[in-house]
Design a protein around this ligand. Structure first.
Ligand code: SAM
Length: 276
């Protein structure tokens, strides 16, 4: 089987199964199987025979994708803010829209500050903020397995981040942060059945669901943030598709300078506010 034929056949299988972006998915899986570096390799070597081991790996990856596994869990990689993060099934796959959380945090002024990323997952936000701004970054997660992945990403990317295990802000009894960032679990449990199988059956439920209505983690985070932030400190939080009204209503008189940023699809994606 040549590289070119493997691409054609794999793309056809993915297309027939209704997988999104079948050609691109096939290219990524074939490159991963052949341990190739660049997409151009596929075209420069289109007439080459695949090695037996590459062919076996490719078949397995195609099978996994056809079963519903996200491509990123098969390759173990996802790009975020132009850096490559390692991902396993223990962490949420970082989403492009979460880059708006990083941008908002930088815009409110992170440089030289003490920053906490609550619910760090793969460490995407924490590692990026550390590398982009040099801030003193702390990151927490309730999942020890997620923290292990985050630590690995921090080491691999050379980011000095302090990781702490625990429930939201509870591990910080005497803290005084300048900024809290968070992409908390916010999908309502009642929406579970309607989720894409790639999300529902593969991503960690602790990273997805924010209680029955999706607001449980927001409520606890925003209440406790007043204890952990210094006066005048900022909170920057990612919003779910329909979270804006509920989260805004939770921000009582203790908060001011409330701002909302939209993502590229025009959806309210990030809310930021400053503690009085
Ligand atoms: C939506 S994911 C976000 C992961 C990462 N920050 C990102 O944006 O890709 C939410 C994360 O919060 C963590 N989490 C959920 N409940 C938590 C809690 N009570 N305390 C601390 N972390 C929690 C999950 O383990 C998960 O890693």
């Amino acid at each position: 089987m040549t590289v070119g034929n493997a691409l054609l056949q794999g793309t056809k299988l993915l297309e027939e199964a209704g997988i999104a972006a079948p050609r691109l998915t096939c290219e990524v899986l074939l490159l991963h199987a052949a341990r190739g570096a660049e997409r151009s390799w596929l075209y420069a070597h289109s007439g080459d025979e695949l090695t037996e081991i590459a062919w076996l790996h490719f078949g397995r990856y195609l099978h996994e994708r056809l079963q519903g596994a996200p491509t990123q869990y098969i390759t173990g990689r996802q790009e975020f803010y132009s850096r490559e993060f390692r991902v396993t099934r223990d962490v949420l796959i970082p989403r492009p829209e979460t880059e708006h959380v990083v941008e908002t945090a930088i815009a409110v002024g992170v440089r030289g500050q003490r920053v906490l990323d609550a619910g760090t997952g793969s460490g995407a936000i924490a590692v990026t903020l550390r590398l982009e701004t040099g801030a003193d970054v702390w990151a927490s997660d309730i999942s020890l397995k997620a923290l292990a992945v985050a630590r690995e990403n921090a080491v691999r990317l050379g980011a000095a981040v302090n990781f702490v295990a625990g429930d939201l802000l509870a591990p910080f009894p005497n803290a005084s942060f300048d900024l809290i960032v968070s992409n908390p679990p916010y999908i309502p449990l009642k929406d579970r059945e309607g989720l894409q199988r790639e999300v529902r059956d593969y991503e960690p439920h602790v990273a997805l669901f924010g209680g029955r209505d999706g607001f449980e983690t927001y409520a606890r985070l925003l209440t406790d943030a007043r204890r952990v932030l210094r006066p005048g400190g900022w909170i920057v939080v990612e919003l779910g598709y329909s979270s804006l009204a509920g989260v805004r209503a939770m921000l009582g008189p203790a908060w001011h300078d409330i701002r909302v940023n939209e993502d590229l699809a025009g959806i309210a994606r990030v809310i930021s506010a400053r503690l009085l």
